[in-house]
Design a protein around this ligand. Structure first.
Ligand SMILES: Cc1c2[nH]c(c1CCC(=O)O)Cc1[nH]c(c(CCC(=O)O)c1C)Cc1[nH]c(c(CCC(=O)O)c1C)Cc1[nH]c(c(C)c1CCC(=O)O)C2
Length: 363
């Protein structure tokens, strides 16, 4: 697969920005840019099961490319249509996506004994073969229009889902593990980390050109707990991945991004954790994040997604604040939302946002 020839790139702006190079304007993409706010997503998905859609390479590739076509010339990356919960699935857990509810695990892990149910030696190339097929097909279909991003869930965030069995407000069960079974918590986090490294490496082999790790529930941990249960595993991912890629015969440096939502206290550490890009939610004042990062990484973010419910004038004002706050956007900066799109958003508002980012970022 590593010898697969892909079409030459017509736009590699995000790869250059992620490497810290000076660029003509900041690249733009949006978390959950493919999804329910786009009418064409519903047309193609046509009521099919969510994970079935992910596993169908033709459909997944079409959905991945939809925002690139919809916002033609305004979006500088595609992110493969999939989900962070495919790692727990590959480790042997059953997860369903319930309409209007979200993900549901049939049998969450509730006591350390339950770890026995997990595949200790997950064969990632076999269990997630469908994901690699979708990536290769999408990269070909993109025809070099924009780079293709791969991703995975971070170990702590996946542990939350595997133990809670779905989303949570109070994280009662997973926190019980941290404070009652810390040793077993580390065993689980390590098992997830091993699968994540392999999954990311094989996504690159299949054609992914940049990667993002989603620590979506980072902010549920206090600083000490983040240092114990999240950061060491995030660091393992960034340090082991290049070694694994080398083994696979890939010498190229693949930009790696980390989004640790809510973990504002960890910015300085994240700048020293082997990631090229640190993605920020909207709780950071851009100027302060720039001061902390001191040019060590490329920052990504961070407009409150709900700004899209505001008027065009307000969106323009917030874009100006954001891009100026990040130093004008011509180095060490990638435009994104502080979290994902919502299903109720008006695509025209997002178009206005992107156009304004191009205008302000090119000035
Ligand atoms: C926490 C998390 C999940 N999944 C993901 C995260 C990390 C990012 C974040 O913090 O939001 C990551 C994810 N999920 C999806 C993508 C695809 C690529 C993209 O960003 O465009 C990505 C990168 C598609 C999706 N993943 C999901 C959808 C909606 C599925 C549908 O009903 O069509 C999409 C498009 C489902 C999903 N998947 C997950 C939840 C909680 C839900 C339900 C969300 C809801 O109901 O609003 C878990």
């Amino acid at each position: 697969m590593s010898t697969t020839k892909f079409p030459p790139m017509k736009n590699d702006l995000i790869l250059r920005a992620a490497r810290g190079e000076k660029v003509e304007r900041p690249p733009c993409w949006i978390m959950r840019q493919a999804g329910r706010y786009l009418p064409e997503y519903h047309e193609v998905k046509a009521g099919r099961d969510f994970f079935e859609t992910c596993r169908d390479a033709e459909i997944a590739s079409e959905i991945t490319i939809q925002p690139v076509v919809h916002f033609e010339g305004l979006i500088d990356a595609a992110i493969i249509f999939s989900d962070i919960l495919v790692i727990p699935q590959a480790m042997g857990m059953d997860v369903q996506m319930i309409d209007k509810v979200g993900p549901r695990f049939t049998d969450p892990l509730r006591v350390p004994e339950d770890l026995k149910r997990l595949n200790v030696k997950t064969d990632v190339s076999k269990e997630l073969a469908w994901a690699f097929k979708a990536i290769t097909l999408t990269r070909k279909k993109l025809d070099g229009r924009v780079p293709l991003l791969g991703f995975c869930g971070a170990p702590w965030t996946l542990m939350c889902y595997m133990i809670e069995g779905g989303g949570s407000k109070i994280y009662r069960f997973v926190k019980e593990w941290l404070y009652k079974y810390p040793k077993e918590s580390h065993i689980l986090l390590q098992q997830i980390t091993d699968v994540a490294v392999e999954f990311l490496a094989l996504q690159v082999q299949a054609g992914a050109q940049m990667l993002q790790v989603f620590e979506s529930w980072g902010g549920e941990l206090g600083p000490n707990e983040f240092n114990e249960f999240s950061l060491p595993y995030l660091r393992q991912i960034s340090s082991k991945l290049p070694l694994r890629l080398k083994e696979l015969g890939i010498a190229e440096k693949i930009p790696l991004s980390i989004f640790a939502k809510g973990s504002w206290y960890a910015l300085d550490d994240l700048c020293e954790s082997g990631y090229d890009v640190v993605s920020l939610d909207w709780l950071y004042l851009p100027e302060n994040a720039v001061k902390v990062s001191k040019g060590r990484v490329t920052l990504q973010g961070n407009i409150d997604p709900c700004t899209m419910y505001g008027s065009d004038e307000i969106i323009t004002q917030k874009v100006e604040q954001m891009i100026k706050g990040f130093g004008g956007g011509k180095q060490h900066y990638i435009v994104n939302f502080g979290h994902g799109t919502h299903p109720f958003m008006n695509p025209e508002k997002i178009r206005h946002f992107l156009k304004e980012c191009h205008r302000v970022g090119s000035a």
